[in-house]
Design a protein around this ligand. Sequence first.
Ligand code: DNO
Length: 397
Amino acid sequence: MNWLMHQTMRWFGPHDTVKLSDIRQAGCSGVVTALHHIPVGEVWTPDEIAKRKKLIEEAGMSWTVIESLPVSEDIKTKSGDYFRHIGNYKESLRNVAAAGLKVVTYNFMPVLDWLRTDTAYELPSGAKALYFNRLEFIAFDLFLLQRPGAEKDYSKKEITAAKKVFADMDEAKRAALYRNLLMGLPGSDESFTPGKVISLLNTYKGIDANTLKKNLIEFLRAVVPVAEACGLSMAIHPDDPPYPLLGLPRVMSTEADAAELIDAVPSKANGFCFCTGSFGARADNNLVQMLRRFGDHVHFLHLRNTKRDAAGNFFEADHLGGDTDMYAIIKEVLQIQQRRQLSIPMRPDHGHQMLDDLQKNAYPGYSAIGRLKGLAELRGVEYGIVQSIKSLYHIGT
Ligand code: DNO
């Protein structure tokens, strides 16, 4: 038997403008979602889990992966409500396992999750993509946020260039830049004034990469045994982009980071959400080599492609375009699945806003049609590889 990737899509819940029926029509049998309405740090109760599960099952699919069971800032900084939040996290793990769930995604990025300067970057075709422009980001940091000490993080040349970029922006462009960069803040419907953002960043004063990594390992030492005992796999999402920003440390960006994590808490239940878009935004990450090395710990796949340039900018390319060789990735994944005799859940990560979706309002990167296109292409590559192996080796269908 050939083990194929389990096709899923992310759903943000009943308020998502993309419906469960859209996801099913795109060809998915699995749904990736989270109970976004439960405050970070609190317990996911059996009741709330069952309600969400029922909605998905009534739509003819299954809830395959949790993305995310978020880790509170108190856990990341090992302060405040730390012990209560760890206890709650364990309880949530037991509750989701009792409901039959198997994979829990989380990240350990301080304060902000993913960061982009432009969530509607127009491609030559008129479709829109997510984009990270380094000079615009520096302009945000220095002139909009006015983070104390920020100049230390950039070269003189970059600062001069960012000044010019900022001077050339009109008010609307500056406001959009500010809004886009703060989308990764939890509860982003609140308005985050620069002062408020800086006070959040200050909670990491004195927490460098070593301390953050230590806190991550401590978190894993506490929760992985619970996950293991109830048959769950933990899947950490890499940093996006995979390097420190705004003076905040980031510790899950490279192959060495990943190796350290596995070595510190050696368990199959301690694994990765292998996001080719995030790891792939660094030229020094060799993704195929990483898959080979960590294959037994890959519990979830985010397949997405980025196109980098020498100045540190990148945009989200077509799923089969960009710098990542998606054919090589899928071939490697097929071998891992065959070896482990299982299907790894995969979602086409992000997608361009295109066609009818240009008129609709979806969460940036999560419109229906672009993801459907990505899924169809990825699935086509997988099908092609499997069929050609079968015919080459005369394996029965
Ligand atoms: C972005 C996503 C991330 C991811 C979290 C996982 O589109 O891939 O926001 O869900 O980092 O905790």
